[in-house]
Ligand binder design. Sequence first.
Ligand code: APR
Ligand code: PHB
Length: 395
Amino acid sequence: MNTQVAIIGAGPSGLLLGQLLYKAGIDTVILERQTPEYVLGRIRAGVLEQGTADLLREAGVSERMDREGLVHEGVELLVAGRRQRLDLKGLTGGKTVMVYGQTEVTRDLMQAREASGAPIIYSASNVQPHELKGERPYVTFEKDGQTHRLDCDYIAGCDGFHGVSRKSIPEGVLKEYERVYPFGWLGMLSDTPPVNHELIYAHHERGFSLCSQRSQTRSRYYLQVPLEERVEDWSDERFWNELKARLPADVAQQLVTGPALEKSIAPLRSLVVEPMQYGHLFLVGDAAHIVPPTGAKGLNLAASDVNYLYRILVKVYREGRTDLLEQYSPLALRRVWKGERFSWFMTQLLHDFGEHKDAWDQKMQEADREYFLTSPAGLVNIAENYVGLPYEEVA
Ligand code: APR
Ligand code: PHB
């Protein structure tokens, strides 16, 4: 078997890259370890930057997003009992975000792949990239008990944090930067109308909470919890009561409760590896970086990497611009680091660190809250990062 670009992983990164390259007439094969049902069963965030939504439009997969997605022109921050609306549109010269779940993005991309007829192999096991530094890289994998070899020009490692791509780079090549946080997020999904028409990020001495949504009838809520917490100990009733206790009385009163469709706990972590290229292998999305969810940047940074790699590969195949390949990692990383900074900053700003912050750092956190939420420049700073910083040109 052979192709131009072998894509490992069928999460949003791999599927979006595959779809954009298909539209550009570049051949790809996508290899995914799991079944499509398993991939669609994962519940992840749901806020798309304008640049991400535009890239989905360019890929030709935006029809349902533009019909069912909710355009949000603002977001609320709740600190010290004060509700502060960030007028995203007004503060950024007209930019907005799109509330549309990652699961739905993935579903639309899977359908587009199917319709295109381009190959995608699910339940591929033992996927292994080879000859990354040589002229003829290839990927081996097993499917239905048979071993296969896929020859290619380039490999896109879109296989997430636990994937094989990053691990196949020899030790000592990558530099890893990491920050772990002393808490996690307990998330719950329910078929109840959202408590507010915009998202609410709430700081409280009992801990952070987030009121998000998937549609006008489906809510997604999160609570900051200690890392040792177990999801079995959180009945629906306990979850709703704790959420109400962290919200101001007027908001809590409006909260419509109901049975949980899903509950899970995820630790918070920041991680970046540099560089994002090794020979003919390019790392994309969660394979190269993880953010805490506070800034809603995970999927958006994945889309940003895809944007750069796609534009570079098109110039490589159409104009012979192989010189651009080495630009991928620095271009992608410049934007990744800004997304990492914002996600780290929002996490610092809004969570309760308890004894994990000393008295000085707690005062700095308070001063940041006071400054960023009252100064026009502070509000612009948060807003322009939240809607997404611009992409650089690939030239
Ligand atoms: N072989 C083949 N596929 C693999 C392998 C492997 N060895 N390891 C992992 N995969 C697959 C996973 O099953 C998954 O479907 O790669 C895919 C990676 O998808 P994601 O983890 O969703 O990563 P990515 O596509 O980069 O999307 C980033 O997802 O995790 C969120 O917050 C993140 O929203 C962001 C987005
Ligand atoms: C979500 O809806 O799941 C969500 C929204 C915003 C975030 C994180 C998660 O910052």
